[in-house]
Design a protein around this ligand. Structure first.
Ligand code: IPM
Ligand code: MN
Length: 369
């Protein structure tokens, strides 16, 4: 059997980033062994750790290395240590520069509700059971990148602008994905107030003309925030601008029970980056108690999207699901009666359960042969 080989750039970042990245790499190693895939990688600094080393949140060399890879895996960036730096020197700027340089305009943030975690959410079980939402967040435009921008003693200002090309391509991503899911897209905007949103609405409607098999619905962002906690099951895909997507995806995290559960994939025409939705959680960094599931599930997205290996991706997802079903939890989602695991213990359990599941599959194939 030929081994498929992938070259990855690993960017652990700050806070809990390096801890959850270790988990991701152990899972990748197991996946490699089980599925005859080979992952070669080098690790690089980004965010605060890069500022401490080189004075800049990301260097040109790191961006070049990422461009020379099949995919990038990133932990998280930021922390109180660097909060008082000027905006364009903050750790977050490193991630934003990378998203821009790699033109990762489509950010896919799936919110999967694991049946065994239904009562971990602050919402009622009957409200969230069966919900399955994908936030398609525009990632390289809008107010995050618009100029002019600035701050002085008397004011601070940003620019929210979208071009036709930017809206068209993210709308296409959403409609294409809808065809693989439940066939429904909700375009979220604020067209009752913002010109950029009226424009967004118009362009999404134009693109929809070539996707008449997909249902298009729309919602103002304030209403969407409320509807997400009122009745999340009404949504399939939410497509929205950069900042609304940032906010709404954190809301979907609470439907899944914890921000520590949410993976993401950022993709463009040429490159792909996988990272958890959560941040660096400085208050728990270094304690080996962070939930590695969002990072591990981001590896599953890498296997699915970059490696196009749905078997391998599924084995990671099944591994996560069966460990949760056995009642194991990291501290932030645990109830008193649960078995509370550290980051490394949770990772080991997931790997163990992936191996057991695979063995079962092998045996079934043997019996069926
Ligand atoms: C996210 C994060 C980032 C964002 C920060 C770290 C720049 O909150 O990926 O959701 O705002 O996009
Ligand atoms: Mn965010």
């Amino acid at each position: 059997m030929v081994t498929e080989s992938y070259k990855l750039s690993i960017l652990p970042g700050d806070g809990i980033g390096p801890e959850v990245m270790k988990s991701a790499l152990s899972v990748l190693e197991t996946v490699g062994q089980e599925y005859n895939l080979s992952f070669q990688y080098d690790s690089y600094l980004v965010g605060g750790s890069s500022i401490d080393e080189s004075g800049s949140p990301i260097t040109d060399e790191v961006i070049a290395a990422c461009k020379d890879s099949d995919a990038v895996l990133l932990g998280a960036v930021g922390g109180p240590k660097w909060d008082s730096l000027p905006q364009d020197q903050k750790p977050e700027k490193g991630l934003l520069q990378l998203r821009e340089a790699l033109e990762l305009y489509s950010n896919l943030r799936p919110a999967t509700i694991y049946p065994s975690l239904v009562d971990a959410s602050s919402l009622k079980p009957e409200v969230i059971q069966g919900a399955d939402i994908m936030v398609v967040r525009e990632l390289t435009g809008g107010i995050y990148f618009g100029s002019p921008r600035g701050i002085d003693d008397n004011e601070g200002w940003n620019t929210l602008r979208y071009t036709r090309t930017e809206v068209e391509r993210i709308a296409k991503t959403a409609f294409e994905l809808a065809r693989l899911r439940d066939g429904k897209v909700t375009s979220v905007h604020k067209a009752n107030v913002l010109e950029s949103s009226q424009f967004w609405k118009n362009v999404v409607a134009d693109v929809h003309k070539t996707y008449s098999d997909v249902m298009l619905d729309e919602m103002y962002v304030d209403n969407a925030a409320m509807q997400l906690v009122r009745d999340p099951k009404q949504f399939d895909i939410i497509v929205t601008q950069n900042m609304f997507g940032d906010i709404l995806s954190d809301i979907t995290a609470m439907i899944t029970g914890s921000l520590g559960m949410l993976p993401s994939a950022s993709v463009g025409e040429k490159y792909a980056l996988y990272e958890p939705v959560h941040g660096t959680a400085p208050e728990i960094a270094g304690q080996n108690i962070a939930n590695p599931i969002a990072m591990i599930a981001s590896v599953a997205m890498l296997l699915e999207i970059t490696c196009k290996h749905s078997h391998a991706a599924q084995s990671v997802k099944t591994g996560i699901e069966s460990v949760l079903a056995s009642g194991y939890r990291t501290a932030e989602v645990a109830k008193i009666e649960d078995n509370i695991l550290s980051t490394t213990e949770m990772t080991a359990k997931i790997i163990e359960s992936m191996k057991i599941e695979n063995k079962k599959v092998d045996e079934t194939e043997f019996i069926n042969a």
